[in-house]
Design a protein around this ligand. Structure first.
Ligand SMILES: NC(=O)c1ccc[n+]([C@@H]2O[C@H](COP(=O)([O-])OP(=O)(O)OC[C@H]3O[C@@H](n4cnc5c(N)ncnc54)[C@H](OP(=O)(O)O)[C@@H]3O)[C@@H](O)[C@H]2O)c1
Length: 334
């Protein structure tokens, strides 16, 4: 990876400066803070559209969506409205990530899936397109949990070839993966013509992913941290992060919120931070992590927090599917 950090000033009333990182694709740099858009049960809503528009006004420049989340359409509407209102001059000021759902993770379905995603978003191109999980399911369904009998092994070679074709066609500037272990990344790197620019995985103080991060840094793959607050209150998350006494104590002593300590810690690891909030106060709070830092003692305390993975992906595990256990899904890296 060309690990060049580029700072940009985002001009609006609140004037936020979000650092950016150049991805291995050499395309437009990626802002290191983005807004997540996953809300379960997955459904588009006016609340979502309005929250995303407000986020653009507040200075967010990266948005994370997925075919699964049903948030592509509201995100597209918010982008169009932001351009109309002059909050941004053009869509080029934003970094938009979406993901290929498992039911489209078949070589011949990748391009049509991306074309559908672009129609939903009213965009000509994505900045980043990710394979959502290292799993295929029978075509047609966009849901989780899915029927276990729908789970199939992914033909990574044909799916990645199709992802590469999407990038060559200019429909996405970069391609990458999500929920890939180091072992699966090694397999992918051995067959790829275009290496993955990003691996989007769970990262927070309770699931620090040191081994995976070291591997990604060595291979030039940018880590993007999902569920940086532990995704409390979602079907895939836990309240362990928000209830962690070590982080609570650091936050109280430092005059920051627990969420800010988590997000700052992720940021200091060099990962891209993807938190979801549709609440204006919390959206601003989550951006306010750039002009202060954790000291050595605070970092040491966080490094000693016992590790527990929140999102095990058990819906992808079945006696009849490609992964018989969570150990197999994550190649023992849990
Ligand atoms: N690739 C994948 O498989 C995958 C998996 C999971 C997530 N993701 C992506 O990553 C994004 C973020 O992860 P996530 O949504 O799972 O979890 P998260 O960002 O760790 O947590 C979201 C929850 O935290 C709350 N929250 C946000 N900011 C807060 C603050 N400052 N103080 C207190 N609570 C706060 C939100 O509520 P409010 O909205 O009410 O503030 C929401 O309930 C997702 O939205 C999605 O785009 C990807």
């Amino acid at each position: 990876m060309v690990a060049v950090f580029v700072c940009v000033c985002i001009h609006n009333d609140d004037m936020v400066t979000i650092p950016e990182v150049m991805l291995s694709s050499g395309a437009k740099p990626m802002p290191l803070i983005g807004l997540g858009t996953a809300v379960y049960p997955f459904a588009a809503s006016e609340t979502m559209r309005a929250a995303i528009l407000r986020a653009i006004e507040l200075g967010y420049r990266q948005f994370d969506t997925a075919a699964l989340y049903r948030s592509e359409e509201p995100l597209g509407e918010a982008i169009a409205e932001a351009v109309r209102s002059g909050a941004i001059e053009s869509r080029d000021e934003l970094f938009i990530t979406s993901k290929l759902w498992c039911s489209d993770a078949h070589g011949h379905l990748v391009l049509p899936a991306l074309q559908r995603t672009l129609r939903n978003l009213q965009l000509d191109y994505l900045d980043l397109y990710l394979i959502h999980w290292p799993v295929s399911t029978k075509p047609g369904r966009y849901e989780v949990p899915m029927p276990k009998e729908d789970l199939q092994p992914i033909d990574l070679s044909s799916v990645w070839k199709a992802m590469e074709q999407c990038q060559r066609l200019g429909l996405t500037r970069s391609i990458g993966v999500s929920n890939f272990s180091t072992k699966k990344l090694e397999t992918l790197l051995s067959i790829a013509n275009i290496p993955p620019a990003v691996n989007q995985v769970e990262v927070n103080p309770l699931w620090q992913q040191q081994k995976l991060r070291e591997f990604c840094v060595a291979k030039g793959i940018q880590v993007c941290a999902y569920s940086p607050l532990g995704a409390k209150g979602t079907m895939w998350g836990q309240d362990w992060v928000m209830n962690c006494d070590v982080i609570k104590d650091i936050a109280a002593a430092k005059g920051k919120t627990l969420a800010q300590i988590c997000l700052r810690w992720v940021h200091e690891q060099g990962d891209c931070v993807l938190a979801k909030s549709f609440n204006e106060k919390r959206m601003l709070e989550n951006l306010d992590i750039l002009d202060w830092e954790l000291n050595e003692e605070e970092k040491r305390k966080i490094s000693e927090i016992p590790q527990r993975k929140g999102c095990l992906g058990l819906e992808f595990v079945s006696d009849y599917g490609p992964y018989k256990s969570a150990e197999e899904l994550w190649d023992g890296e849990i």
